[in-house]
Each structure stands twice: as structure tokens, then as C-alpha cells.
Design a protein around this ligand. Structure first.
Ligand code: PLP
Length: 399
């Protein structure tokens, strides 16, 4: 059988993106400028949010969002944040960076997001927030999560690093919590190379986040241009406040070139969403012939999937995960593990052997894996994927 490179992700820089990056360079302005402003506006509008602030990574976005929630809420070191037991490690790392305590919650066996039915049993007098993760391209069950947060007066910080645009119960993903964070790292939905976005409807929160990402500078900058102002009283105030620092902040900005790339992508978002969904749904249709062996992604009721990645869970006990992954990789199909978190060496060192307390996550990590799903996959790539699965099952005498 032929070998073909079936990558986890792919990228093609469009002519619009090249034009915008060249324009950014011609403008002789690389820090916050017109491209970033436009990119932020379109990000906010497409997620029905008032404010969007671009930062240099999803992790930086989560860091400043949590820092702002902690400082504004008067939370103490050691206070608890609920987080799913399966996610990319950055989600829970930022809780540790903020001197808070991650409290893990098991995940749903079919959608792989935090299980709302298991949240309440983890709430204590120290719980301050829930951090749902919209994993692989699909929203967590925000309706139930929001109800619980309201009941216990908890904040919601949505980790939407893997998901953008798609609706859940009529609202765009990342529009329901107090604050939400997206990543624009390669392989994500909108790609700027490295980058992230923080969104909120709360002016006070937005102002503090903006300050934190600018070294903790005076928050005047959310409402006023960095320089070029002709208004005398504004200018006077600007001169006074330009070099005042009111928080212990970070340096998390991006350049106009990244925003130019992002703007070109978001202007083409309808096409981008359509293509991703077409590929993802086609993959499921083709592989569903083997649904007795594999659990494939499903689209949550009332929601849609944007298939940032394509998770597969092995159902048949005769199939050894590592044997299958080696077979796929040898044929050219890239694979990734199913975001093992609690079994990471550093987490075992910090939290001890707690993985056994999360049976669904443990099974998914042991029996699941991820393959790519992106807009550039063609019908012949999908046929190759299906044929490789067929080959494997035949080879091991399962069909
Ligand atoms: C769920 C999740 N959270 C956070 C991040 C961190 O994003 P970044 O790599 O942009 O820092 C990622 C990145 O892949 C992610 O998948």
C-alpha cells in the first residue's frame, strides 16, 4: 500500500495574508497598530464579545485572565480552580503560575470535555472558578456549567484555545463565561504562527488584562491610543500616565505582522469553517464503517464541531493502541497521544498518583489518540486514511 503524509496540521499562506504582512511592513509600524486593532475588532464581533485583546500565546492569555480574576476577586494563594482531567498542560499550568490550586474533574466519555455532573462534588469553600476547556474543536456543556457557576458564585474562565466560531445553543463558543481565551498557534483555527486572544464583556476586566499584558502599565491605554492624539487634555493626561505601572505585569504583546496574518484568516472565516467541517464530517462518515472498533467524534446536541483535531478512542480490547499508532505512523499518518495530563512526570511529582481517581480520563488517555483534521485534506487523503484503517484491521485478523 502507498505511503502518504497525513499531517496533524497544514498551512498555506494566502495571497491576502502576504499582501497584509507587506502592508504592515510598509507602514513602518510593528507594535500595536491598525492591523491589530482591526483583528481584535473582528475577533470580538465574531464571538459576540465587547472586548478582544491579542497576546503572544494562548498560555499568556490564560495567565493574564486568571491573574486579573484573582486580583479583582481578592482570591488568596491556594484557592481552588476546577479544571478538566484531560487538557493540554498549559490550562492547569497557569493555575499553578498564579499560586492557585488546580482541582481536577473527570471528563465526559463521549465529548471529552469537563463533565458537569462531576463538578459539584469538587466544590469547596475555597473554590473560586471553573475553567472549562472546549477540547478538539467543540464547546464544553456551557449551559450546565454556567448554571453551576451561578449557583455557587464562581467565575468562568473558558479555555477556548482549540475552538473558535462554532455555535453552542445559538451562541458562539467562548461567549458565555466571564472571560475566554483562544490560541492562534500553528494548527489552530485562525493561525498567526504564535499568538492568542483574550475576550470578555467586562470593561474592568478587559482594562486590567490589557494593563497586565503591557507590564502592568496604567490602564489608560484601553480607551486611548498609545501615542498620536491631538486632544490637549488627553495628551496631558497621557504624558503623566504613560510611564506609570499599577500592577506587576508581563510583556505579552504581538506584532502587527502576526495580526496581519490573523486578519487575513478571519476575513476568510466562513470558508475556513465550511472546509474544516466538511473534512471532519467526511472523515466520520468514512470511518464509521468501523464504529464497532472505534469511537469517533460526535457533535454535541445544540452545538457544532470545528474539528481542530480528530480524536479516536479504541473500543475493541483486541486492538493495542501502541501497535495501531506504530502502524499508522509507518504509513505516514501522524498521531498524537490523547492529552495525558495527570500522568505527566511533573504532575505525578506535584500531585502524586491521582490518575486512578479519574477513570474516564484514564481510559481515554490509554485507549485514545488524535489524528489531524484540517482544511487542506483532499478526498484522496481521506480515502488513504480509511484504506489504512482497513489494512490494519485486516492485517490483525479483525475483519
Ligand atoms: C487546550 C489548550 N490550552 C492552552 C493551549 C496553549 O496555547 P499556546 O500554545 O498558544 O500557548 C493550547 C495549545 O495548544 C491548548 O490546546
Amino acid at each position: 500500500m502507498e505511503k502518504r503524509h497525513f499531517a496533524i496540521s497544514d498551512i498555506k499562506i494566502s495571497s491576502r495574508a502576504k499582501k497584509y504582512v507587506n502592508e504592515a511592513l510598509s507602514n513602518n509600524r510593528l507594535s500595536y497598530g491598525p492591523f491589530t486593532k482591526k483583528f481584535e475588532r473582528q475577533l470580538a464581533d465574531s464571538h459576540e464579545r465587547k472586548y478582544a485583546m491579542v497576546v503572544n500565546s494562548g498560555t499568556s492569555g490564560l495567565q493574564v485572565a486568571l491573574h486579573a480574576l484573582k486580583e479583582m476577586g481578592g482570591w488568596k494563594d491556594g484557592d481552588e480552580i476546577l479544571v478538566p482531567a484531560i487538557t493540554f498542560i498549559a490550562t492547569s499550568n497557569v493555575i499553578l503560575h498564579n499560586n492557585l490550586t488546580p482541582v481536577f474533574v473527570d471528563v465526559e466519555s463521549d465529548n471529552y470535555c469537563i463533565d458537569p455532573e462531576k463538578i459539584e462534588e469538587k466544590i469547596t469553600s475555597k473554590t473560586r472558578a471553573i475553567m472549562p476547556v472546549h477540547l478538539f474543536g467543540q464547546s464544553a456543556d456551557m449551559e450546565k456549567i454556567c448554571k453551576i457557576a451561578k449557583k455557587y458564585k464562581l467565575k468562568i474562565l473558558e479555555d477556548a484555545c482549540e475552538t473558535m466560531f462554532v455555535p453552542y445553543k445559538g451562541k458562539p463558543v467562548g461567549s458565555m463565561g466571564d472571560v475566554s481565551v483562544f490560541s492562534t498557534y500553528i494548527a489552530h483555527i485562525v493561525v498567526t504562527g504564535v499568538g492568542g486572544v483574550v475576550m470578555t464583556d467586562d470593561l474592568k476586566l478587559a482594562t486590567m488584562i490589557k494593563s497586565l499584558m503591557f507590564h502592568g502599565r496604567d490602564n489608560i491605554y484601553l480607551n486611548m491610543e498609545d501615542d498620536d492624539t491631538n486632544n490637549k487634555s488627553k495628551l496631558k493626561s497621557l504624558i503623566e500616565r504613560r510611564f506609570q505601572f499599577i500592577h506587576v505585569g508581563y510583556s505579552y504583546r504581538i506584532t502587527e505582522m502576526e495580526s496581519a496574518l490573523g486578519l487575513a484568516e478571519i476575513e476568510n472565516k466562513d470558508e475556513l469553517i465550511k472546509k474544516r467541517q466538511k473534512v471532519g464530517r467526511k472523515m466520520t462518515k468514512m470511518l464509521s464503517e468501523y464504529s464497532e472498533f472505534f469511537q469517533l467524534p460526535i457533535e454535541r446536541e445544540g452545538g457544532e464541531h470545528i474539528y481542530m483535531l480528530y480524536p479516536v478512542v479504541i473500543k475493541d480490547k483486541r486492538i493495542k493502541r501502541d501497535d495501531l499508532l506504530l502502524f499508522l505512523e509507518e504509513k505516514g499518518i501522524e498521531t498524537r497521544l490523547f492529552f495525558p495530563l495527570l500522568s505527566q512526570p511533573i504532575y505525578k511529582k506535584i500531585f502524586g498518583p491521582i490518575e486512578k481517581n479519574y477513570p474516564i480520563s484514564k481510559r481515554l488517555v490509554e485507549r485514545g489518540f488524535i489524528i489531524g483534521c484540517h482544511p487542506f485534506l483532499k478526498d484522496e487523503d481521506l480515502k488513504f486514511l480509511k484504506d489504512t484503517f482497513t489494512d490494519y484491521l485486516k492485517n490483525r485478523g479483525l475483519i
